[in-house]
Design a protein around this ligand. Structure first.
Ligand code: MN
Length: 261
């Protein structure tokens, strides 16, 4: 029987739709991850580079992330499942993001994190390169709390890297800098934003970019004298905003998905 069944099983496996079978997650979560990619591009957080992932709802050690491509073009067929060490379960020869270890090491170190955005969000770059801390200038970015830490890659790997988080050790060093916060800046590179949901991480990534832009203007206008939200104001405001992120998500999604494949 075995000799007869083995070739039959092989034929049946080949007949299955290979790509949908490789991602074990709620299809609605995959759809939301596609929307998150499109929104982050449409809102100017990512361009041809940057990525967003979500922890699997079926296996908390795994996460979903696109194959290596521009986020603005991602469809559900591009979503892959990764294990806790950043290995794709079934890449089928498709290229992977060099910096996928940002995601794997953050999920490993921070069980409460359910979604991660990495971008080169342009307005945050000056805050990673100077001693001026990124702080919440208004209520929409109150999740920034009392200030955002900066990851210095030279502390982890010395001078001469290409600035990329291209291995698990660098991912772990970056993850350690998060320290319970929502955002960590990467000197000379960009930032990482985390949250306990995909909708919240998209909200935070967008308002991190906007806050940085506004803070740059205020620092110039006020010659460095800027009044930020206090810790108490930031905490109270963040508690108010978190349940409301769905309103913004619906708007951003409708615009970003218009005419999408
Ligand atoms: Mn990068």
């Amino acid at each position: 029987m075995r000799t007869l069944l083995a070739p039959l099983a092989a034929v049946l496996l080949l007949a299955l739709p290979a790509r949908s079978a490789t991602v074990n997650a709620d299809p609605a979560l995959v759809d939301d991850l596609v929307a998150a990619n499109r929104i982050l591009y449409d809102q100017g957080v990512v361009d041809g580079f940057g990525h967003v992932s979500v922890r699997s709802d079926k296996n908390p050690e795994h996460f979903l992330l696109s194959r290596s491509m521009a986020p603005g073009l991602v469809t559900k067929d591009d979503i892959l499942e990764f294990d806790r060490d950043g290995n794709a379960l079934d890449a089928e020869g498709r290229a992977l993001y060099l910096e996928r270890f940002i995601h794997s090491e953050i999920y490993k170190a921070h069980p409460e994190v359910k979604a991660v955005v990495h971008s080169h969000s342009p307005s945050v770059i000056p805050f990673g390169a100077t001693a001026v801390p990124l702080r919440p200038i208004y209520h929409m970015s109150s999740f920034l709390g009392s200030g955002v830490p900066v990851f210095e890659i030279r502390d982890a790997a010395g001078d001469g890297t290409d600035m990329l988080i291209r291995n698990p050790a660098l991912g772990a060093a970056l993850a350690a800098r998060l320290d319970g916060g929502a955002v960590v800046l990467m000197r000379g590179h960009g930032d990482v934003v985390v949250a306990d949901s995909l909708k919240l991480v998209v909200f935070r990534a967008i308002y991190t970019e906007i806050n940085a832009h506004l803070q740059l203007e205020a620092e110039g206008l006020g010659q460095g004298q800027v009044t930020f939200l206090s810790d108490k104001e930031a905490a109270a405001s963040a508690a108010t905003n978190t349940p409301l992120v769905g309103r913004a998500w619906d708007l951003w999604k409708q615009k970003a998905m218009a005419g999408a494949r």
